[in-house]
Ligand binder design. Structure first.
Ligand SMILES: [Zn+2]
Length: 64
């Protein structure tokens, strides 16, 4: 069973989830430097909701 590294949510079959490798390919270095992302291990998985929350927090920081 897969559980979200960040929020503890369990994965449903239809949901998109992310691992560190895919995040590295998909997102820029600012995203990868996020504390939560940095705490992921190679085996950690994260749900799409948590990815969106981190994206938003970075957007907010850039708009200050
Ligand atoms: Zn999550």
């Amino acid at each position: 069973m897969t559980i979200c590294f960040n929020c503890g949510k369990k994965k449903e079959d239809y949901e998109v989830w992310w691992n560190k490798l895919v995040i590295g390919i998909t997102f820029n270095s600012e995203f990868q430097n996020n504390q939560t992302i940095r705490n992921m291990t190679d085996k950690s998985m994260m749900c799409h909701d948590c990815i969106k929350i981190i994206e938003k927090s970075i957007d907010k920081k850039n708009n200050l």
